[in-house]
Write a protein that binds this ligand. Sequence first.
Ligand code: HEC
Length: 153
Amino acid sequence: MTAALGACTKSPQETAKGEGGSTAAPAPVDPETAKILASLPAPYNTADLENGQRKFALCRSCHTITEGGANMTGPNLHGVFGRKAGTHEKFRYSQAVLNAGFVWDAEHLDKWLQDPRGFLPGNRMSFLGVKDEKDRIDLIAYLKVESGYKPGG
Ligand code: HEC
């Protein structure tokens, strides 16, 4: 079958080969992914998951998102929505994140990704931020769909 977005976190070369036929068309979103997407609050419900996936390339050098994925420079992000900041076991966070005291949701993620340093001064995520608002919307929707978020959860 044509790769669904949810199963399509491999490199483009890997997903493109072995299909035989035309691979020019964008991968369709599988029904389950579409359902999760539709359940998100606006504006995330109309996000472009493919763009979100592309933007996640900015995070990949430091973060895994799959269930049970390794901590790298940054903590594994599976299940990050609804998780209190700084509480992934076995990851040593900075005091800035440990003291943050909030639970990750789209709004906090949006502020964090826009300007990590300004949002939580003293944190150790050396990342300049994603300045384009639409890119952040797409990325956050992608993170929700990929990190095990369940509709209503
Ligand atoms: C250069 C490495 C690096 C990059 C690139 C990076 N991060 Fe991070 N990230 C970190 C580190 C290190 C921490 C822990 C920060 C701390 O403890 O101060 C972190 C923490 C986080 C947290 C908080 C997790 C928790 O458990 O509280 C989130 C969410 C996050 N990053 C998302 C992202 C996203 C999304 C991107 C891409 C847009 C990204 N990061 C890019 C290194 C990185």
